[in-house]
Design a protein around this ligand. Structure first.
Ligand SMILES: [Zn+2]
Length: 66
């Protein structure tokens, strides 16, 4: 699996980090989602089941120089 490339935070320019949010073992409800958040301002994107989709959504924004 290749390293995902995340654009910087659209709000503050901070580094974005992707993390896996997994339900605790034995939990009544089970989830396993990808979450992208900013390490600087803590803005957070909606959880996605597919990391690729989370990355695509995070990187999708209005182009500024095209
Ligand atoms: Zn930020």
């Amino acid at each position: 699996m290749e390293e995902p490339i995340l654009k910087p935070c659209p709000f503050c320019g901070g580094d974005a980090v992707i993390s896996r949010n997994v339900s605790p073992p034995g939990n009544r409800y089970v989830w396993n989602v990808a979450r992208i958040s900013c390490s600087l301002c803590s803005v957070m994107q909606c959880d996605e089941v597919e990391p690729a989709i989370a990355i695509r959504d995070w990187n999708r924004r209005v182009p500024m120089d095209e």
